[in-house]
Design a binder for this molecule. Structure first.
Ligand SMILES: Cc1cc2nc3c(=O)[nH]c(=O)nc-3n(C[C@H](O)[C@H](O)[C@H](O)COP(=O)(O)OP(=O)(O)OC[C@H]3O[C@@H](n4cnc5c(N)ncnc54)[C@H](O)[C@@H]3O)c2cc1C
Length: 493
């Protein structure tokens, strides 16, 4: 039984219905239209396309149903300092010289002179800046052709789409409020609805969002609070019309402001905007006034305020209850990771799917992996804050705060010799870490000595050629809206 019908509930229901349909598993989902969903969560990472595939869906068909657009990168505007901007693309940079990773070549060139910006070495970043789209080739011939893409979509349309998918595969939906949850030891016995009906199941999946009805309210999982590292605890969202509807930017924009940052997520029919901020540094009134002043078009709704705490439940799975989505924790949407965490939750659950009473070994493994996944993303997000070069109390705190040991070690290794350390359960790989180190001005003290075998003049010439090739390819690609049209991804008006 699934409690909650937001993105997490319906993604879980769709996956379980699709994957377990030959096992005679009956799935019930309870959601309350009176309570509603969080109503945000519209930018993803490339893993989302694997999710579509796992359901036998084509990305363009989902985009058509959800006013979806292509996302090639996130622009970080003003994070290093006011007026500075860089892209975090999905994919490799530049070129590799045999066994030597690109960043060693780049670091050596940097020391010698002007290697250009990292953005110039990424086709995803250049396409994003040009407002054009190209799909990665099936058989890349050169390094920069290894890139990837994600999507932006309308969150409520996505949930509706998945609901139809899941109901068509036998998921039973009940629209009612859960009034009470009964427990026995560390297990759920049943949920009582406000209709008076009591529901019982073998496995309960808590997708009740920040309400955390089962995992926290009923089973008292406890919470690991990371507010001292990730200060933002509020957001306000406000969609608007697009200033130039024909030019859809194929990227998310994150702009640093005095007490946090704003997002801009372009959809086919509107633009999603929001301000993520720290309530110790900004009032709700100031936040919404700042956001309104930045809107490029007409507001399309009332401001939607959300409160949150960075961190995760101490135990994601307890007895016969697994939490997925916001019910299990939250990391601010700086790198659009919440929906991918939902996917990871579903994948682990399917991998460890219990028969009747879950064995402690399965539960422990689920919890161990979930904690690692959260911690790895946490470190990546903290790096954005700790490396900032902005003025003001909020940013100064972020620059000076003690870092998690794991992150401190990573930065030290990079500074020492350009080593990009990858731990288990990482969501972000070497190019993403390089993107942050390089664009925030964290310098590597030295590089792989094999790099010195390439004469500098040759390195300079080759990298110039690669940058020119990337730029030429990006400028020859198809404008975003035209691309969506050709792909059959434009929603019918
Ligand atoms: C400001 C902000 C921006 C975000 N941006 C992104 C982003 O760009 N990318 C990304 O990947 N993620 C983002 N996220 C996270 C993303 O929104 C969530 O991961 C996603 O929407 C899943 O939410 P959910 O389904 O867990 O919770 P919800 O959408 O809150 O759903 C909870 C469900 O539980 C039900 N429920 C609650 N109480 C009861 C009850 N008593 N009885 C019955 N049903 C009940 C509700 O009706 C609802 O159906 C963002 C989050 C926030 C806060």
């Amino acid at each position: 039984m699934i409690v909650g019908g937001g993105t997490a509930g319906w993604m879980t229901a769709a996956s379980l219905a699709h994957r377990l349909n030959r096992l005679d598993t009956r799935i019930t989902l309870v959601e309350s239209s009176a309570v509603g969903t969080i109503g945000v969560g519209e930018a993803t990472v490339p893993a989302i396309r694997r999710y579509f595939q796992s359901l036998g869906l084509n990305a363009f068909e989902v985009m058509k149903a959800t006013n979806g657009t292509v996302k090639l990168a996130i622009e970080f505007d003003g994070w290093r300092r006011e007026g500075h901007s860089f892209m975090h693309p999905f994919g490799r940079y530049g070129l590799e010289a045999g066994p030597v990773a690109f960043h060693h070549l780049w670091n050596r060139l940097r020391r010698a002179g002007d290697p250009g910006e990292l953005d110039e070495y990424s086709i995803g970043a250049q396409l994003a800046r040009a407002g054009r789209v190209l799909l990665p080739p099936d058989d890349p011939r050169v390094d920069f052709e290894h890139f990837d893409w994600a999507v932006h979509f309308d969150a409520s349309r996505f949930a509706t789409f998945l609901r139809s998918f899941a109901e068509a595969r036998g998921v039973r939906r009940i629209d009612a409020r859960v009034a009470d949850v009964s427990t026995e030891g560390e297990s759920i016995r049943g949920v009582r609805l406000d209709s008076g009906e009591t529901l019982q199941g073998e496995l309960y999946i808590d997708c009740s969002g920040f309400h955390r009805l089962l995992i926290e309210k009923a089973l008292h999982s406890g919470f690991v609070d990371w507010r001292h590292w990730l200060l933002c605890d509020r957001a306000v969202a406000l969609p608007c019309t697009a200033a130039s509807p024909e030019d859809i930017a194929p990227y998310t924009r994150s702009r640093a402001l005095d007490a946090g940052w704003t997002w801009r997520i372009p959809l086919q029919n509107r633009v999603g905007n929001g301000y993520v901020y720290s309530s110790d540094h900004l009032t709700d009134e100031q936040a919404v006034a700042t956001l309104r002043a930045q809107l490029e078009g007409q507001a399309l709704a009332d401001p939607n305020f959300v409160r949150f705490r960075a961190g995760h439940v101490r135990r994601f799975w307890i007895g016969n209850c697994v939490s997925i989505g916001l019910a299990s924790g939250f990391l601010e949407p700086l790198e659009s990771t919440s929906i991918s965490l939902i996917q990871m939750g579903i994948d682990k659950l399917l991998h460890l799917w219990p028969e009747e009473t879950p064995s402690p070994a399965l539960v422990d493994e689920y919890n161990r992996l979930s904690i690692a996944e959260y911690e790895r993303i946490r470190d990546f997000l903290i790096l954005h804050y700790s490396a900032n070069g902005r003025d003001g109390d909020f940013w100064r705190y972020c620059r000076e705060m003690p870092l998690p040991d794991t992150l401190g070690r990573k930065i030290a290794l990079y500074r020492a010799r350009g080593v990009i350390q990858q731990l288990a359960s990482e969501s972000f790989f070497a190019p993403s870490w390089l993107c942050m180190y390089g664009n925030f001005g964290i310098d590597a003290g030295s590089w792989d000595p094999l790099t010195n075998l390439v004469p500098l003049a040759e390195l300079d010439e080759v990298t110039r050629r690669v940058r020119a090739d990337i730029s030429r390819n990006a400028l020859a690609a198809t404008p975003h809206r035209r691309f969506l049209d050709i792909a059959g991804a434009l929603a019918t008006p």
